[in-house]
Design a protein around this ligand. Structure first.
Ligand code: GLN
Length: 560
């Protein structure tokens, strides 16, 4: 227990200067998938009302990054401005902390081992036997400190659950770091699961007790416990956890299921977390900070419109693979006061116009998201054609832009064999092609164009208006292929607005149809920068167009 709560302190006090960053270490117990990222990000959200907060995420796997991992297995690959491919939790952190993360903040065991091996080959260990402790743990600590440089508070989230072999070294490194920086500069938060048993109608604290014991075995006594559950944690259970887990009762927080995860900062705030953070970390957070989110969430709770947006994709099996798209749509709900129903459309069986019509008949807008490989692409092309010809608002993202361009080339420009080099290496007309030399560097994902790129918008296009009349915009990319410059002229001549280009005018970044209610696509992934306070402009534009579409539809129904 923290000495400032009561009597016992089982951790040495390093009492270092408080100018150096503080570290909040988030561990998980009982189950994975409880939402450590959201919990860490919610604490960070409250802290960021006054301090510069950065997240550091540790993943125990041996891949260097999740770039090559199947999204069905691992969820969405999030891309940072600097081009690194990172865990989707970075999405939560950037959204909750309003920060821009860098590759130093993403630590996988793969990266750590590579660094240790490199050091060993360089002879940096001076003939010593290279060992997990201290060499690997020291390197992890060094990376924690490096990533935290310049921040007031670093939130270190350790992936998985306590007891997983693959995360032991991160936990050990965090323990040592806490000793080094002292107790006013470190805080351990443990996220656990409190199940409700129907047969006895009770919440059960035992799994939490066991997972805290596992943490204690590793020399860490949590300072705060956040309990995930499907209902609010009662005071009786909080007391029990307090007694058995050696934390004060006010440091046990209910983190029960919420309708919107954006409600979590307020839930923690209502339970007094700010007071605790101020006390434990010697901070000066405003005890009653002005939180912007409750009003925005209230807009989502009390909608004035209802629309249906279709997402036409391949990875419909795991919704996590489109996490940022769902988030961006939630942000639009808050700003348009609308309930957005999401309809997932699996496109592999869509063969013709009739199939597309059936799928889209009661839809107010559609998104064709990013993707790799050719499965389902012909179905998506059918859907795009239907949207184009029937004035259904459409937003194409990355692969969505490529398919919209192919569809336009085939149907409007009459280039029947238009295709992407990705789907058909021998296509007669490679409208979408690999253009060597467009990516920033071989190390970052080989031939993928990754990270933030500048685009110049045509001031006479709709896209320019949608972006609030900005002529230069930055969005994040993750793709290999581009609209082939050999076809720019013919596409333009036939009425496709190539509305945004790379500064050298070679790469098409945005397209749209100026005479369609909303037919817009981008080679980038604008969903990655969408925030609850400021939705991605292209998504907001889609939501607004979809509301108009719904109103027009309702009017028509009334007239008939
Ligand atoms: N597969 C396409 C490419 O590599 C699109 C990628 C994506 O949508 N992210 O260019």
């Amino acid at each position: 227990m923290r000495e400032d709560d009561s009597t016992i302190s089982n951790r040495p006090d390093g009492s270092t200067s408080n100018d150096s960053p503080r570290f909040i270490i988030i561990t998980g117990g009982v189950l994975s998938g409880l939402g450590k990222g959201i919990a860490g990000a919610s604490i960070g959200h409250l802290l960021s009302t006054r301090y510069k907060v950065i997240p550091i995420k540790c993943d125990g796997y041996l891949n260097t990054d999740p770039g090559t991992m199947n999204p069905i297995e691992h969820g969405e690959v999030f891309v940072l401005d600097d081009g690194s491919e990172v865990d989707m939790d970075f999405g939560h952190y950037e959204r909750y902390l309003n920060c821009t993360c860098t590759k130093e903040q993403s630590l996988t065991m793969g990266k750590v081992f590579t660094a240790v091996q490199e050091k060993e080959r360089r002879g940096d260990y001076l003939g010593k036997t290279v060992q997990f402790i201290p060499h690997v743990t020291d390197l992890i600590i060094e990376k924690f400190k490096k990533a935290a440089e310049g921040s007031d508070i670093a939130i270190i989230e350790i992936g998985g659950t306590v007891g997983d072999i693959e995360n032991e070294l991160f936990i050990e490194a965090a323990r040592q770091l806490a000793i080094e920086v002292g107790r006013k500069n470190s805080l351990f938060v443990h996220l656990t699961y409190v199940p409700y048993l129907d047969n006895v109608k009770e919440l059960k604290s035992k799994p939490t007790q066991i997972s805290v014991k596992q943490l204690l075995e590793r020399g860490i006594s949590p300072d705060m416990i956040i309990c995930r559950s499907n209902r609010p944690i009662t005071d009786v259970i909080k007391r029990k956890i307090s007694i058995f887990c050696n934390v004060s009762e006010e440091s046990v927080f209910s983190g029960h299921d919420l309708e919107y995860t954006y409600d979590l900062p307020e839930l923690l705030y209502d339970q007094g977390i700010i007071k605790k953070l101020n006390k434990y970390l010697d901070l000066e957070l405003d005890p009653e900070p002005k939180l912007l989110w409750p009003a925005l969430i209230s807009n989502i709770r009390h909608p004035e419109n209802e629309i249906t947006i279709a997402i036409c994709g391949k990875y419909t099996a795991l919704e996590d693979s489109y996490a940022s798209i769902f988030e961006a749509l939630t942000h639009c709900s808050a700003h348009t006061k609308s309930k957005i129903n999401i309809r997932m459309i699996e496109t592999t069986n869509i063969k013709n116009e009739e199939d597309a019509k059936v799928k889209l008949q009661d839809v107010d807008g559609m998104i064709v998201p990013g993707g790799f490989g050719d499965r389902g692409t012909e179905g998506k092309i059918q859907l795009i054609r239907y949207a184009r010809e029937n004035d259904i608002p459409f937003l194409g993202i990355c692969l969505g832009l490529q398919l919209a361009t192919i569809e336009f080339a085939r149907d409007v420009c009459g280039i029947e064999d238009a295709d992407s080099e990705e789907f058909n290496q021998y296509a007669g007309s490679k409208i979408i092609a690999y253009l060597p030399g467009q990516h920033k560097g071989i190390d970052m994902g080989g031939t993928l164009r990754l990270g933030s790129y500048e685009a110049h918008l045509d001031s006479s296009s709709k896209i320019y208006d949608i972006y609030g009349k900005e002529s230069i915009v930055y969005e994040r990319h993750r793709h290999r292929y581009e609209v082939n410059p050999e076809f720019h002229d013919i596409l333009k001549k036939n009425g496709l607005s190539l509305a945004g280009f790379s500064p050298d005018k070679r790469l098409v970044e945005f397209i749209c149809l100026e005479d369609h209610p909303y037919f817009v696509a981008t080679q980038a992934h604008p969903e990655l920068k969408s925030k609850l306070e400021k939705p991605a402009p292209l998504f907001l534009g889609l939501a607004k167009a979809a509301i108009m579409h719904r109103h027009a539809f309702q009017k028509e129904m009334q007239a008939n």
